[in-house]
Design a protein around this ligand. Structure first.
Ligand code: NDP
Length: 304
């Protein structure tokens, strides 16, 4: 049986480090770091994420400033708000919650955020610094995954790593961070030929595709470490029966509730083959917010 890499426990460790960092700032007479969250429209999942972020900020002493705009907000108004937040010395970090409603250009908004306040690490300046291996604000999810791997003593040097997915948010930055730590990295995606065979070469497999249960147990090299970034809601009974066959408790939960969250990896099957696996939920999910608050503290400390 593989070890379960507990993301919640590691997120708590990361948040404790942030809490102490905030305390140290305040002991030096500086104000608490402040994170401005811009929420446009009424996407229910986004409202839940923003609530969770505000709760996490409160726990560690970061000030959370929420800016809500209607779904029909014109781009110019969103841009003007970002400009005001960029210029506001009382704001250290700016996060524009994605996805934005139709009609708004998320790239335009994200590129407008000052790189010094870009706590999501999505600005091209910060992505460029990552590419060069220089310090900057780095995307929260892969940064927190790297922290989890380091905590569990996974030695990345020379390891064969496969990253499934090539998004700007997870796949690409994750691959760069693994490369920086001397792993030999393959990035796979929807056009990759014989994905199963590519995955089977991985000593470390990171799945970030958004396809429930895509990675079967037979795709995993015995003894591999598996990091499952995917968060998917499964409502189809046929799919649930297939992907939760090795996970009777999950199947029971599905039958009771009619829907469950799961990752891109078939967790039950992975547990029989891998040496360590992150669960979903309770794996990478809680780490992302911890990464965000780590970045907010970093941004505040860099701005004085
Ligand atoms: P994107 O949709 O931006 O990217 C998905 C990637 O997966 C793309 O590169 C795509 O390939 C690839 N892909 C899609 N289908 C397949 C397939 N059948 N075989 C191989 N590759 C495939 O997603 P994100 O990177 O934003 O997110 C990925 C997952 O991670 C989602 O489930 C998301 O909810 C979750 N997530 C979780 C976070 C957390 O906190 N735990 C944070 C961020 C995301 P191509 O480029 O060729 O289209």
């Amino acid at each position: 049986m593989a070890t379960i890499l507990d993301g919640k426990a590691h997120a708590d460790r990361m948040l404790e480090v942030v809490r102490q960092g905030v305390e140290a700032r305040m002991a030096r007479g500086l104000r608490a770091p402040a994170l401005a969250v811009v929420l446009v429209g009424d996407d229910p999942a986004s409202h839940v994420y923003v609530r969770n972020k505000a709760a996490a900020c409160a726990k560690v002493g970061i000030t959370s400033l929420e800016h809500r705009l209607g779904a029909d907000t014109p781009q110019a108004e969103l841009d003007a708000l970002i400009d005001r937040l960029n210029a506001d010395p009382a704001v250290d970090g700016i996060l524009v919650q994605l996805p934005l409603p139709k009609g708004l250009d998320s790239k335009e908004a994200l590129h407008r955020i000052s790189p010094a306040k870009d706590v999501d690490g999505f600005h091209p300046m910060n992505q460029g610094l990552l590419l060069e291996g220089l310090p900057g604000l780095r995307p929260c999810t892969p940064t927190a995954c790297m922290s989890l791997l380091a905590h569990h003593g996974v030695d990345l040097k020379g390891l064969r790593a496969v990253v499934l997915g090539r998004s700007e948010i997870v796949g690409k930055p994750m691959a760069l961070m693994l490369l920086e730590q001397h792993a030999t990295v393959t990035i796979a995606h929807s056009r990759t030929k014989d994905l199963a065979a590519v995955c089977r070469e991985a000593d470390l497999l990171v799945a970030a595709v958004g396809r429930p249960g895509l990675v079967e147990g037979s795709w995993i090299k015995p003894g591999a470490v598996v990091v499952d970034v995917g968060i998917n809601r499964v409502e189809d009974p046929g799919l649930a029966a297939r992907i939760f066959a090795g996970e009777p408790k999950k199947l029971e939960a599905f039958q009771a509730k009619g829907a469950v969250l799961c990752g891109d990896v078939r967790f039950g099957e992975a547990m029989d083959v891998a040496s360590a696996v992150t669960p979903v939920p309770g794996g990478v999910g809680p780490l992302t917010i911890a990464g965000l608050l780590t970045n907010t503290l970093q941004a505040a400390n860099q701005q004085g």
